[in-house]
Ligand binder design. Structure first.
Ligand code: MN
Length: 345
């Protein structure tokens, strides 16, 4: 398993056919990184003398209205060639997360895996796993390192990946680099307001009703340090909502004072559960998710569970309690020190 950025770039340059793919049930970062990478390759590594066939693949039944904007006019899932010289997986922590396109990936001679999940299984020939807010940020950084031309459109895609994967810069791996990228975009006068409004002030009525349903189920454990919510596929149907409308609901739990772990369990048609986890402070949910058969980041993770809700809760709450025991409640530090201007004695 090698991880070489140098080789990644030369392989992209030298391949005449490239399949780009992302994880199933794609989020904005997954979709935006696919489109951004295709644009970067087109703008920087192709011309009339060296054309490339670049096809994008994502295993998804439907894509939400919100995320559809990202792939507006983009051709997806049309395999123009029997095989590709190079396959690139984006935002995907394991081969199986590629869904039905895992096969195409596996059968490609040369493969690259570009991701930012710390639980990434390094399943490609060349694995580039970055400590970044998003896969979009990783692509932007690669583009900068190699002095690529980065269009305004690529910036908009990258920004979309960053803000959605970080819940508008409130969670995840946000570094000086993340802020530098945003500063560069502000300097370039990219219309970030429009993107913020699109992704954060654009909830459907259905989503609001679904949130109401989820909040109705809200219960607390471990001295109110764990918030638990549940939904069923039936709830989603009853609210006229989509799976994408469930995104972000779990954040409402972690926004509660004193809550260190928030859980949302969604019962699927086959009675299995799709479980989302959030944490804050030093509390990590990535290992908990891994132990439950999933993965993710320190503060954002998920897994799939086959079995009864009662068993799921017992195992999960037990693991959460263990993690919380490692992080006892600490007195909050004083945020604002105004002793210098306090009332004169
Ligand atoms: Mn991501």
């Amino acid at each position: 398993m090698i991880h070489s950025l140098e080789k990644c770039i030369s392989d992209i340059k030298n391949s005449k056919s490239i399949a780009i793919m992302c994880h199933t049930v794609p989020d904005a970062d997954a979709l935006a990184s696919m489109v951004a990478l295709k644009k970067l390759i087109k703008q920087n590594f192709t011309d009339e003398n060296s054309p490339k066939q670049i096809d994008l693949f994502v295993d998804a039944d439907e894509i939400s209205e919100l995320n559809s904007a990202i792939i507006n006019g983009v051709e997806l899932n049309n395999q123009h060639l029997d095989s590709y010289e190079l396959a690139i997986s984006l935002d995907c922590s394991s081969l199986s997360r590629l869904g039905k396109y895992a096969e195409l990936f596996k059968n490609t001679q040369n493969t690259i895996n570009i991701d930012h999940h710390i639980t990434n299984e390094k399943f490609a020939d060349n694995n580039l796993v970055f400590v970044t807010s998003s896969t979009c940020e990783a692509l932007y950084r690669i583009a900068k390192i190699y002095n690529m031309e980065i269009s305004d459109e690529v910036c908009k895609l990258v920004y979309s990946g960053i803000i959605t994967d970080t819940n508008n810069l409130t969670q995840g791996t946000i570094t000086v680099n993340t802020h530098k990228i945003i500063t560069e975009m502000v300097q370039r006068k990219i219309n970030l307001d429009a993107l913020n409004e699109h992704f954060f002030k654009n909830n459907t009525k259905s989503k609001a009703f679904l949130l109401k349903q989820a909040l109705d189920s809200l219960t607390f454990y471990a001295g109110d340090r764990i918030a638990f919510m549940k939904l069923t596929k039936q709830d989603i149907a009853d609210c006229n909502a989509t799976v994408e409308d469930t995104y972000g609901i779990v954040n409402h739990g972690i926004e509660i004072k004193g809550v260190d772990i928030s859980i949302l369990a969604i019962k699927q048609e086959d009675n299995s559960y799709q479980v989302s986890l959030r944490s804050k402070g030093d509390v990590s949910v990535s290992e908990i998710a891994t132990k439950m058969g999933g993965g993710g980041h320190e503060q954002v993770a998920a897994f799939h569970y086959e079995g009864l809700l009662a068993d799921l809760k017992e195992k999960l709450i037990h693991l959460c309690r263990e993690e919380l025991a490692n992080h006892p409640v600490e007195e909050k530090e004083v945020l604002f020190d105004n002793s210098d201007v306090s009332q004169e004695q």
